[in-house]
Design a protein around this ligand. Structure first.
Ligand SMILES: *[C@@H]1O[C@H](CO)[C@@H](O)[C@H](O)[C@H]1NC(C)=O
Ligand SMILES: *[C@@H]1O[C@H](CO)[C@@H](O)[C@H](O)[C@H]1NC(C)=O
Ligand SMILES: *[C@@H]1O[C@H](CO)[C@@H](O)[C@H](O)[C@H]1NC(C)=O
Ligand SMILES: *[C@@H]1O[C@H](CO)[C@@H](O)[C@H](O)[C@H]1NC(C)=O
Length: 477
């Protein structure tokens, strides 16, 4: 009797022990901008986590920021939430639709403490769009796409908020330091009776290309000044992650924590980031824009020190993290729970995904792309830029003006990603049947597409910002 009770107690105990989850997003981090792929990069902390965990070789996201983050928060393709076209602009009265339940809301419901640090970029025109109204207990970060690392000005106005308050005390400080510091404070103060969910969306290494000199000085062998700074921006991110990991260890929480890191899209070589040998850049449907640096480390993984080659899409992180947390799955989303496949290194259940589907501004910017098995079909404009760019090292910058598309073109491009991962050989003309088949499949998805939300600038945004000490503030939609 006693034994049975003990076992029950043990089961309850095991079930109740939910892992802490750290979901790290590195903004515009390139495929080739991490030490475990590129020995010129100095990222010992990320390398250690990745090498002791699982490196994702086929983890895909959307070609730009807001769509990817919408996928990370919702598990839904952005062409279904209206966020498929470019990114949310500063004065657009748009946000991730309020009827969509977010990842932190699910986590909170399952008993987690939930915290967001860093970039939001899923809308802020109404208070209900902002992180602390979308499932996070606390938020320290910015609403828009990018800003100065020190002044925290995004365009004309200040954009750094501690919950809803303008956090002017951080003016002059580089964001990686105080984002890491806030994460460490949250970990130290955390009540370990509860599991912790932290979404850490670092600013690094997105442009503007800025870093304290100490970090760019780590790259004396890089001749190109911009690339030197970009490399330092990745190394300061690495140091921040190392500091946070150390705090988890110091608090005795590391062994109960699962860490996921992903980029939100590929790097922008015009900002000195690098995706080589993948083709293309951020903003494009090429692999360089969409297949990203990503890894997982920590509790629950049974097969570690491996590269996981199965297909994963950004919409899959919601159900996969819910799986890791032992939280019931949600219906009506596009994501697939890969938790069991990842932790045991089993084949991915994902056979196909949509890279993006965007009919806005056809024919000048509309595009569609799909992956089915090894095949990838791109219809329309793949997005800039089209080439294969090696990391810059010479003093002169390389110009990036290659475009394989011209207005009026509506080409179909077909690649076999297993045979041709770097997209050198368009085999569309040899395979009209496959092009037709994948085009049909895209058209089936198109039936569930909603129009992109892309309204003109709302001048009310400025009025409200000016009324609030020249700080971007909610309350204009
Ligand atoms: C950059 O070029 C210099 C001079 O040619 C060379 O010594 C150095 O190894 C190169 N560095 C990288 C990162 O390629
Ligand atoms: C990491 O921690 C060290 C030691 O406290 C500190 O000097 C450094 O500034 C921190 N770096 C970041 C990026 O947070
Ligand atoms: C984590 O667990 C392992 C194996 O049980 C143990 O050796 C290690 O010391 C633990 N690490 C921390 C930081 O608690
Ligand atoms: C199209 O693809 C589907 C799914 O792979 C397959 O079942 C079907 O036979 C294909 N049709 C053609 C015409 O290739």
């Amino acid at each position: 009797m006693k034994t049975v009770y003990g076992l029950c107690l043990l089961v309850v105990c095991v079930v109740a022990r939910q892992p802490n989850i750290l979901f790290i997003v590195a903004d515009d981090l390139g495929w080739n901008d991490i030490g475990f792929r590129n020995p010129d990069m100095i990222t010992p902390n990320m390398d250690k986590l990745a090498n002791q965990g699982v490196i994702f070789e086929s983890a895909y996201v959307l070609p730009v920021c807001s769509p990817s983050r919408a996928a990370f928060m919702s598990g839904i393709y952005p062409f279904k939430s209206g966020l498929q076209h470019v990114v949310i602009q500063q004065r657009q009265n748009v946000c991730l639709p309020l009827d969509i339940k977010t990842l932190p809301q699910h986590m909170k419901q399952a008993g987690y403490s939930t915290h967001a640090i860093g970039k939001w970029h899923l809308g802020f025109c109404n208070l209900n769009c902002t992180p602390t109204y979308r499932g996070f207990d606390t938020f320290l970060g910015y609403y828009n796409a990018k800003e100065d690392y020190y002044t925290h000005k995004a365009g004309e106005f200040f954009d750094l908020h501690d919950d809803e308050r303008a956090a002017v005390e951080y003016i002059g400080q580089y964001s990686a330091f105080f984002f890491a510091d806030r994460a460490q404070q949250i970990i130290r103060k955390h009540d370990q009776q509860k599991p912790l969910f932290m979404y850490l969306a670092f600013q690094n290494p997105h442009g503007p290309v800025e870093v304290p000199k100490k970090y760019s000085d780590m790259y004396p062998h890089v001749m190109n000044q911009g690339r030197k700074i970009l490399s330092g921006m990745v190394s300061i991110l690495d140091e921040a992650i190392g500091n946070i990991t150390q705090t988890l260890i110091d608090q005795g929480m590391y062994n109960d924590t699962l860490i996921l890191l992903t980029a939100d899209n590929g790097a922008e070589p015009i900002n000195y980031g690098n995706n080589y040998p993948l083709r293309g850049t951020k903003h494009s449907l090429w692999e360089g824009g969409t297949r990203v640096t990503s890894f997982m480390a920590g509790v629950g993984l049974q097969q570690t020190g491996i590269k996981y080659t199965g297909l994963i899409h950004g919409v899959d992180w919601v159900p996969t993290l819910l799986g890791a947390a032992g939280v019931p799955q949600v219906s009506g989303i596009d994501g697939i729970n890969h938790w069991d496949s990842i932790r045991r290194n089993l084949p991915s259940e994902r056979r196909e995904f949509i890279y993006n589907l965007d009919d806005f501004y056809i024919p000048t910017q509309g595009h569609a792309a799909i992956r089915v098995g090894d095949w990838k079909l791109i219809l329309g404009y793949p997005g800039t830029f089209d080439g294969w760019y090696k990391p810059m090292n010479e003093t002169e910058d390389t110009p990036f003006y290659e475009m394989t598309w011209a207005p009026g073109d509506k080409p179909a491009r077909l690649f076999n990603i297993a045979d041709d991962p770097y997209e050198y050989n368009d085999v569309a003309s040899q395979n009209p049947d496959i092009v037709a088949n994948l085009t049909d499949r895209i058209n089936q998805y198109r039936r569930s597409m909603v129009p992109a939300m892309y309204p003109p600038d709302d001048p009310q945004a400025d009025t409200i910002a000016k009324q609030n000490g020249n700080s971007w503030t909610s309350g204009w939609c």
